[in-house]
Design a binder for this molecule. Structure first.
Ligand code: FAD
Length: 262
């Protein structure tokens, strides 16, 4: 299988750097082909702007969506964008690896998503009409591919628990899991999260690598998070709210997951 790791940490000798190196070795040892987009070493340009389209018209008002649509459709995207899109087409699995910074991904990785997820590639895909709101949330360009986050946090496990002060990790990661990965069609696996990173010694590092190694070995066996598909009957069209008889009384992020019967 082909695995793309998109990695965002400025220091190669960091914990994230070590875990990324470990993941590459583990996946290769299992026979997979691995490519890494190391965003800092690539000096990835994070801001989306008019220079992303090679056919940009300096006189025309820059429109992030429409310029992206035109450049994607005409093959005139900036080469760094199309190279990352080719890697996504090639990949059977995508791993996004990053330290949690201000409860989200580092800006350089968000800029990778902003620019690589072009109109026509990751969004604006499929029929858009009163009866159908495109191929997304379970359908789209990335269908059949898997995705997983590898995230490190300074905060403790309990800080991110169901009643933890930071909010539950599942909720904090929902915009990435559901909004960035499930939206264009990835099957999203539960994340691999390392908490309390300031308390890591050789013993804990070894144990973290064992756990990560197991998750990588199970990449094609792990059950994805059971998000509801947009076009499978759970949502009213075009309001895109859950139908009254689906998860009645439930609101918030958890309502968009099919939970096992208890
Ligand atoms: P490093 O600092 O490189 O390493 C962490 C520890 O691992 C060190 O003690 C190091 O010695 C040890 N280590 C590394 N490699 C090995 C090895 N091979 N063997 C043994 N030990 C090793 N945290 C939150 O919880 N929520 C936030 O919202 C948040 N926001 C942040 C915003 C910013 C801008 C910053 C800078 C930090 C923030 N943090 C936050 C903390 C951040 O998530 C952690 O600092 C980060 O996850 C640690 O990852 P790292 O790769 O930088 O670790």
């Amino acid at each position: 299988m082909n695995v793309l790791i998109v990695y965002a940490h400025p220091e190669p000798r960091s914990l994230n750097g070590e875990l990324k190196n470990f993941a590459v070795q583990r996946l290769k040892a299992a026979g997979h082909t691995v490519r890494v987009s190391d965003l800092y070493s690539m000096r990835w340009k994070a801001p989306i702007d008019a220079s992303d389209s090679l056919n940009g018209d300096a006189e025309r008002r820059f429109d992030a969506s429409q310029d992206s649509r035109r450049a994607f459709a005409s093959g005139l995207q900036s080469p760094d964008i199309s190279a990352e899109q080719d890697k996504l087409r090639w990949a059977d699995a995508l791993i996004l690896q990053f330290p949690l910074w201000w409860f989200s991904m580092p800006a350089i990785l968000k800029g990778w998503v902003d620019r690589v997820y072009a109109y026509g590639f990751a969004y604006g895909v499929g029929e858009h009409s009163d009866a159908r709101w495109g191929d997304r949330y379970g359908e789209g360009s990335m269908v059949g591919k898997r995705a997983m986050l590898v995230v490190t946090t300074g905060g403790w496990d309990s800080h991110y628990g169901p009643r933890g002060i930071n909010g539950p990790m599942d909720d904090l990661l929902f915009p990435i899991h559901h909004g960035i990965l499930y939206y264009p069609g990835f099957d999203v696996l539960p994340p691999f999260v390392v908490h309390r990173t300031s308390r890591i010694d050789e013993v804990r590092f070894t144990s973290i690598c064992e756990d990560l190694g197991q998750r990588l070995d199970d990449l094609w066996r792990t059950e994805p998070i059971a998000y509801r598909k947009q076009n499978a009957g759970d949502y009213e069209i075009p309001a895109l709210t859950l139908k009254p008889d689906v998860a009645p009384g439930q609101v918030g992020f958890a309502a968009h997951v099919v939970w096992p019967e208890t």
